[in-house]
Ligand binder design. Structure first.
Ligand SMILES: [Zn+2]
Length: 258
């Protein structure tokens, strides 16, 4: 059983799962794991995973980092906080990267940056579009400046991909914050978000203290960003597959991303 954090209605976990973790009563979009998301979008048995075995080292010898990684590996069944690969969405081929907020809170370490950059390179070489689902608590502090460098690495890969005519779709999910929001999450040809997703660079309190002003209640939500022209659409999870399929089909016909 699980109680909705928003409307407090109680559900069987199975019921919630069937509804893609969206509360049937109030529509709250609970997080999906990377594989749950991939399963919800891609045609069965059509995806191929890339760089599955790539793992983090501990470049700064940060205390307890390896243990923390190991714990999250067991918890999520992933080697790192992003799954990349290619597959078919309703028959339309695309490359993808899906981040998982359950792994080190989706914090961006070197492996995440490297896997995303490689996935974009592969998409370019195979003339595939690229779809990214972001979920991130920000930089991974245990990797210091190496973590910050991932923003540049991924952004350069996107820029090359874009120059080659590639189509990139970004979908920001809850939460997409810090360096990820400030770099590759926001530079798609289409930028979407899930309802209610927290999206922003710095935390609310830090901004309020800096500008000495109170911020509106809906500040840093997907809906707030949409209202201020920072997003193309807020997309309900149940409509996502159809929208992505439509866009992929449209661009395939027009020759973009091919
Ligand atoms: Zn609810």
């Amino acid at each position: 059983m699980k109680k909705c954090n928003n409307c407090y209605k109680i559900y069987y976990r199975k019921e919630l799962k069937k509804n893609l973790n969206v509360c049937p009563n109030c529509g709250l979009h609970n997080q999906l794991s990377a594989w749950e998301r991939i399963d919800s979008l891609f045609d069965q048995d059509t995806f191929e995973e890339w760089d599955q075995s790539m793992t983090s080292s501990n470049p700064l010898s940060f205390p307890d980092y390896e243990e923390k990684i190991e714990k999250d590996r067991k918890k999520t069944g992933l080697n790192e906080g992003v799954v990349t690969g290619k597959g078919l969405i309703d028959g339309q081929a695309t490359a993808f990267a899906v981040m998982d907020a359950g792994f080190r809170m989706g914090s961006m370490g070197s492996v995440i940056g490297e896997k995303i950059a490689r996935a974009i390179e592969n998409a370019k070489n195979e003339s595939l579009p690229f779809i990214i689902f972001t979920a991130s608590g920000g930089a991974r502090m245990q990797e210091g400046v190496l973590s910050l460098m991932q923003m540049t690495k991924a952004s350069v890969a996107i820029s090359r991909f874009s120059e080659a005519g590639g189509l990139m779709i970004s979908v920001m999910t809850h939460p997409t914050t810090g360096g990820v929001s400030a770099s590759f999450a926001s530079v798609g040809d289409y930028n979407f978000a899930e309802p209610g997703a927290l999206i922003g660079f710095a935390g609310r309190r830090i901004i309020e203290q800096t500008i000495r002003e109170e911020l509106p209640d809906d500040f840093q939500t997907a809906e707030f960003l949409m209202k201020h022209g920072q997003l193309d659409k807020v997309v309900h999870r149940h409509d996502m597959k159809h929208l992505l399929k439509t866009l992929l089909e449209m661009h395939a016909k027009g020759g973009v991303g091919k």
